[in-house]
Design a protein around this ligand. Sequence first.
Ligand SMILES: [Zn+2]
Ligand SMILES: [Zn+2]
Length: 88
Amino acid sequence: MELLIGAGIFLAGAIFGRIHRPRKEPPKLRPPTCSCEHARSFHVNGTGACMYKMYDSRINHTMTCTCQVYDGPIPLSPSYFAPEVDGN
Ligand SMILES: [Zn+2]
Ligand SMILES: [Zn+2]
């Protein structure tokens, strides 16, 4: 009887541990980021200049990111449409 209870606890623990094991997050679920390390949403129209505000403690001043063009991955979305703009 004690052996049965012990086996039951072991089984329950094994199942519980399997359910609650943290799953590895697939890399494709990470938000797309630019080479400036800021999310695509910070960039104008998703492809333009980065509007991320950075605080520079050396000069005690808040600056906008110097990145001018988003160069990270663009997620495929049927509802998203961005016309090609020639910046040159
Ligand atoms: Zn940036
Ligand atoms: Zn950027």
